[in-house]
Design a protein around this ligand. Structure first.
Ligand code: NAD
Length: 280
């Protein structure tokens, strides 16, 4: 039976450390979030970010823009925050409405204030194993969780399911930078289970509820579930068939309470780190 990795407890501990460190500074770190439109899930995420930032004693700015905001107006808002010396970290909540070019928006955020590490120049630094300002929140949260449980990735076969710019792709590069042997799978991968069965560490970020079954996983593997899908009754599921897979694995993250709480924790750490870099 697997050890259930407790993301909630780890996040609580790390947030406490961030709060204590932030208290040492006279000025307060400031996180600015821009949200466009009325997407219910995005509103919940943004509220949680604001609430957590305030709990840590950070300053929080939330800019709400209407669904039909023009790309030009959105860019102007970002530029305002770029030029505001009291703002340390900027995040544009995704997804954006279809009429807006998300890539162009993410490129507008000043790399030094890029709280999510989505700017191509920051992503490029990860790709060449260079010095980054901060790492993307969800991949960073996953690595922090592994660190907390003293799980090293060096030399391990790590299979990442999913190749999005938010999770799979940067995570794979970060694992490679930590000497893992990395395989990336995606929706066009053939014989997925043949590959997942090779994994010492299997990390799934597909958003496909419970599709990783017991027979797709090696005995005693470490299982990290990034997926979050809400069913028609509002119940959350991960990508992993948790109840069955946990029987044979060595460590496993639950959904909720695994990777989810770590993402917000990374965002707060990134805000503090960017603040420190700007106030050296
Ligand atoms: P996405 O839709 O952008 O990407 C999903 C990826 O999974 C794609 O690369 C796709 O090719 C791959 N994929 C989908 N179905 C697959 C299948 N059957 N087999 C193999 N590969 C498959 O999504 P995303 O933004 O990367 O998010 C992925 C999941 O992680 C979602 O459920 C999302 O809600 C969740 N998520 C959680 C957190 C967190 O904090 N826990 C953060 C970000 C995303």
């Amino acid at each position: 039976m697997a050890v259930i990795i407790d993301g909630k407890a780890v996040s609580k501990k790390l947030l406490e450390q961030i709060k204590n460190e932030a208290e040492l500074y006279e000025k307060k770190p400031c996180l600015a979030v821009i949200i466009v439109g009325n997407d219910a899930a995005s509103k919940i995420y943004v509220n949680n970010k604001r609430k957590t930032a305030l709990e840590l004693g950070f300053k929080s700015i939330v800019t709400e823009l209407p669904e039909d905001v023009t790309e030009t107006a959105l860019i102007k808002e970002i530029e305002k925050l770029n030029n505001d010396t009291t703002v340390n970290a900027i995040l544009v909540q995704l997804p954006l409405p279809k009429h807006i070019n998300s890539a162009k928006i993410l490129e507008t955020i000043k790399p030094e204030k890029d709280a999510d590490c989505f700017h191509p120049s920051n992503v490029g630094k990860i790709a060449v194993n260079g010095k980054v300002f901060v790492y993307p929140c969800t991949p960073k949260g996953i690595l922090s969780l592994l660190d907390e449980y003293k799980i090293s990735v060096a030399g391990k076969n790590v299979v990442v399911v999913g190749r999005s710019n938010i999770v799979g792709r940067p995570l794979a590069m970060m694992l490679l930078n930590k000497d893992a042997t990395v395989t990336i799978c995606h929706s066009k991968t053939k014989n997925l289970s043949e590959i997942t069965k090779q994994a010492d560490i299997l990390i799934s970020a597909a958003g496909n509820p419970k599709f990783i079954k017991k027979d797709m996983v090696k005995d005693r593997a470490i299982i990290i579930d990034v997926g979050i899908t809400r069913d028609s009754n509002g119940k959350l599921s991960g990508d992993i068939d948790f109840e069955n897979v946990k029987e044979n694995s060595s460590y496993i993250t639950p959904v909720p309470g695994g990777v989810g709480p770590m993402t917000i924790c990374s965002l707060m750490q990134n805000t503090l780190d960017l603040f420190k870099l700007q106030n050296k």
